[in-house]
Design a protein around this ligand. Structure first.
Ligand code: F6R
Length: 610
């Protein structure tokens, strides 16, 4: 992994590939490269490090061609280096391949190829594919068939593209478990692993499905399964505007996306709340509502921030809809023989809709006959398409690697689902209308929190040099503590742990002294008094305390070093507000430490390998 682009048409592909790679930088990578095939050119150029380095290198050589592919690599097999960077090629340097995913049987394939006389220069699994395709190309003399034969030998996952000097009028693209999109232009076509890389050129796209392979010319394309069966692909129109994927005057995507939350939260609920009936309307669940209401159990499967959203979902669904909920790490769920029954509903939460573990757990649950629902942001993503039904969060493209606006929109959608199920069960009209009123007031309340940005920046100054943080919360605010700690550690590289506040006594309290900042999420809910006791315990051990409190709270202020105020709402919605100061805190601490907030080290936006 990580990013794939490709072009075939009448223009010089080089600037198109470089621009495309820049649009995919947010996904995280450690090396980059392009390969072109033209009348005079046939070669690959690669660099370790940034696309800007690659750009300098390529432009200094004045390269021009009408066919090319480009890749940003996030190392899986072999260290980040020029040799391991994609594109990889055959020995003659006439065939080039870029690949996302993992070839699981690569060492068997490699040994077979070595026995056939092939030699390898890199440590990657992708180079095996380059030689395997070359092997079949020499036998079949047809690129499409050579790729198809090679893929039939492969175990693992791939989104890939291949070009070849001997057939300079086409790109071959294939997919299994790693996304690939064809962009349809006028007398030119594109490929990418993510529509963000294409959207400046075309809004007409074709999503390849697992096990499909396409032959893409400049003015047409056709697709088959890798077992050689013909398929007709539908062209979709992507409803995204170019402004949505630029920084819009902000220094970082992360800050822009935090600041966008009044709009993204509004968009997640737009047209979905029916005040008169005190219920929500979710088109994507139509026809499935009764089955969900009758579920014996709801299981939520997700990773990272989406898993934290799932924990909040558990609290709200159990409280209001009265259905038992279990929240699972997708990576554990897929491998631990989970008991899934046909009368269960399994909800998969994923911003990207491409996370490998979440997708695999979806396939497992589907096999076992459960109703599978997706909560995704990226329209047309694999999880969205594989689910039986689902709800888009409509947060708009999230480019910053640290998930912010997607989290709050996931919570909005979980609230909408909770309202729907609760009203179909026992919740009264008045209570339903109260939830709707509170939901509708969220965008204004978020705007108010964002006005504390300067205050939070000053607080960040005081804490930027700390080496450890503890985040504590109870009830609905426990998952917020986990999310606050994750945000801080992933972008500032400061060690941070989230805990349910009462668990502190069972171990973490040993860490507390005057050097340990503790962030309490202490809004006025059912467990407020208990959180105050926990604050006292930390204070007694001289811990430095920063508390997220409600606007009317004049008590906690006297106990702690700093407070950040958030408006009050009903308990189930409070995490949507409480998390925002923690996103800003993490952002400012990381910026003050001079770090690249949008591309934290070692992280990829979309984790399409396990
Ligand atoms: C953290 C973060 C990750 C993702 C996780 C799942 O800020 O972004 O923890 O939440 O990789 O990604 P999705 O939601 O795309 O499945």
């Amino acid at each position: 992994m990580c990013g794939i682009v490709g072009y075939i048409g009448d223009k010089n592909c080089v600037p198109i590939l470089i621009e495309g790679l820049k649009r995919l930088e947010y996904r995280g990578y450690d090396s980059a490269g392009i390969a072109v095939v033209g009348r005079e050119e046939c070669r690959a150029i690669k660099t370790k490090g940034k696309v800007s380095e690659l750009e300098k290198n390529v432009y200094s050589q004045n390269i021009s061609a009408n066919l090319g592919i480009g890749h940003t690599r996030w190392a899986t097999h072999g260290e980040p280096s020029v040799t391991n960077a994609h594109p990889h090629s055959n020995k003659e340097q006439t065939l080039f391949i870029i690949h996302n995913g993992i070839i699981e049987n690569y060492s068997t394939l490699k040994n077979n190829l070595i026995n056939e006389g092939y030699t390898f220069v890199s440590e990657t699994d992708t180079e095996v594919l380059a030689h395997l395709i070359d092997y079949y190309l020499k036998l079949k003399n047809n690129l499409f068939q050579a790729v198809r034969y090679a893929l039939n030998e492969v175990e693992g996952t791939y989104g890939l593209a291949v070009i070849y000097k001997g057939e300079p009028d086409k790109i071959i693209a294939a997919r299994k478990g790693s996304p690939l999109v064809i962009g349809i232009g006028k007398n030119e076509n594109f490929i990418a692993s993510d529509v963000n890389a294409l959207i400046v050129h075309t809004s007409q796209v074709v999503y390849l499905e697992d096990g499909e392979i396409a032959e893409i010319y400049k003015d047409h394309f056709h697709a088959k399964t890798i077992h050689d069966e013909e398929i007709i692909k539908e062209i979709h129109k992507v409803d995204m505007n170019v402004d949505e994927i630029t920084k819009g005057g902000y220094p970082h995507y992360m800050l822009k996306e935090i600041m966008e939350q009044p709009d993204s939260i509004f968009n997640s609920m737009r047209g979905r709340l029916l005040f008169e009936e005190g219920i929500s309307k979710l088109g994507g669940l139509q026809g499935y509502e009764d089955r969900i209401v009758r579920s014996q159990r709801i299981i939520i499967s997700a990773c990272g921030t989406s898993w934290h959203a799932g924990l909040v979902g558990e609290y709200m669904l159990e409280e209001y809809a009265g259905i038992p909920v279990e929240v699972e790490y997708a990576s554990e769920f897929r491998y631990r023989h989970p008991i899934i029954r046909p009368e269960d509903t399994v909800i998969f939460i994923s911003q990207s809709g491409e996370t490998a573990d979440t997708l695999a757990s979806l396939k497992e649950a589907k096999k076992k006959g459960a109703l599978c629902l997706g909560i995704c942001n990226v329209v047309g993503s694999s999880i969205a398409r594989e689910s039986n039904a689902g709800v888009y969060i409509h947060a708009g493209p999230e480019i910053g690697v640290a998930s912010t606006k997607a989290f709050t929109s996931q919570l909005v959608v979980l609230s909408l689902i909770t309202l729907l199920l609760a009203r179909k069960k026992n919740l009264s009209l008045i209570e339903g209308q109260n939830i709707i009123r509170e939901m509708q007031s969220l965008p204004e309340k978020v705007k108010k929190i964002l006005e504390s940005n300067d205050q939070i920046e000053k607080i960040a100054e005081e804490y930027m040099s700390c080496r450890n943080f503890l985040y504590l919360g109870r009830g609905y605010n426990f998952p917020v503590a986990l999310e606050g700690a994750l945000k801080l550690k992933e972008i500032s590289y400061i060690h941070a742990e989230g805990y349910p506040a009462a668990e502190m006594k069972h171990g973490p309290i040993a860490l507390i002294d005057e050097n340990m900042p503790v962030v309490f999420i202490a809004t006025k809910d059912a467990v407020y008094d208990k959180v105050i006791s926990n604050i006292e315990e930390v204070k007694a051990r001289k811990g430095r305390i920063l508390a997220i409190v409600n606007e009317d709270d004049d008590y906690i202020e006297k106990l702690v070093d700093h407070v950040i105020r958030v408006p009050k709402t009903i308990n189930m919605l409070q995490p949507i507000l409480s998390v925002i100061p923690l996103q800003l805190l993490a952002y400012h601490v990381a910026v003050k430490r001079g770090l690249n907030v949008d591309q934290p080290r070692n992280l990829a936006k979309s984790v399409t390998v396990e």
